[in-house]
Design a protein around this ligand. Structure first.
Ligand code: NAP
Length: 278
């Protein structure tokens, strides 16, 4: 595994992480302790951890925090980078603090490495949310503050409303099939040293199915379409793809997405092929 600093921070985060949003049925069944495919998902997460993926992304609404707790329980805390999110109806100060306590309890942790605002809520001033986040950093319950699904304007507002700490990251839909953030958000984040967590990095698995079109590149590098798509993201500074893989064989494949390089020309070719058909 290759590790990169996170934002401007000297912490080593695996350049490919693991997402843990499964599906609506999982969310419902996990609430009553019957998460569908629990054992298989657990095996997959452990496979990733064993291979060196220390970044795991979850959220209070995913129903996967207890699964993450089980997966990480035997790992030294300082080697993990656990990210969770607060839902948009919990962005008032007291609600955020309660939501964080709930996430920590379900994760079995005393702090999370990254706490992210899942979606902006125009009814709550961002300064109140960021103030509560900073308080929680002071209390040692959060290491880094992040946001998700914010526009450039909303990101700038979040940055400016923080008084003591910097915004560490933003989580957005970003992949070969969705490059729209490259217009303004990504350049802004690169300038400001804000890490980008790329969700839907495989476009829900759609990019994984482009074997025929990508044959010249998959054969040249001896890599699969998923590995090409994740490598394209992970080799960018400060960009961390977080593919979800419920199956161990997918995690094993995703572990092989880094540690090798594509030429600039091949990266462009990959963009052209997936842009045309993606
Ligand atoms: N912040 C937000 O609002 C937001 C929104 C959406 C997602 N997210 C985060 O981003 C994560 C990833 O998003 P996503 O799961 O929707 O999309 P994704 O990672 O682009 O695609 C996941 C799909 O790809 C499959 N897959 C994974 N590795 C593969 C491989 N090597 N070969 C073939 N197929 C492979 C998975 O199958 P299996 O699961 O069967 O292995 C799953 O069906 C989520 O889990 C969540 O943590 C955040």
């Amino acid at each position: 595994m290759i590790y990169k600093p996170f934002g401007r921070h000297e912490v080593n985060v695996s350049s490919v992480g693991m997402g843990t949003y499964y599906d609506p049925l999982w969310i419902v069944t996990s609430r009553i302790g019957l998460g569908r495919g629990w054992a298989e998902k657990l095996r997959a997460l452990r496979e990733g951890l064993q291979g060196g993926m220390n970044l795991i992304d979850t959220a209070e609404i995913y129903g996967s925090e207890p699964l993450v707790r089980e997966a990480i329980k035997d790992y030294p805390r300082d080697q993990l980078f656990i990210a969770t999110k607060v839902w948009s109806n919990h962005l008032r100060r007291e609600a955020l603090i309660r939501a964080l306590e709930g996430s920590l309890r379900r994760l079995g942790l005393s702090y999370v490495d990254l706490y992210q605002v899942h979606f902006p809520n125009p009814r709550v001033p961002i300064s109140e949310t960021m103030g509560a986040m900073e308080e929680m950093v002071e209390k040692g319950k959060i290491r880094f503050i992040g946001i998700s699904n914010f526009s450039l304007k909303q990101t700038e507002e979040a940055v400016h409303s923080l008084k003591k700490y910097e915004l560490a990251s933003i989580q957005i839909n970003y992949s070969l099939s969705h490059r729209e953030p490259e217009r303004d958000l990504i350049p802004y984040c690169q300038r400001e040293g804000i890490a980008v967590l790329a969700y839907y990095p495989l476009a829900h698995g759609k990019l994984s199915l482009m074997g025929e079109k990508l044959k010249p590149l998959t054969e040249k590098y001896g890599k699969t379409p998923s590995q090409l798509a994740l490598n394209w993201l992970a080799s960018k500074p400060n960009v961390f793809p977080i593919p979800r893989a419920s199956r161990s064989e997918h995690v094993r494949e995703n572990l092989g997405a880094v540690g090798w390089e594509m030429s600039d020309q091949d990266r462009k070719e990959l963009e052209k092929i997936t842009g045309d058909g993606g």
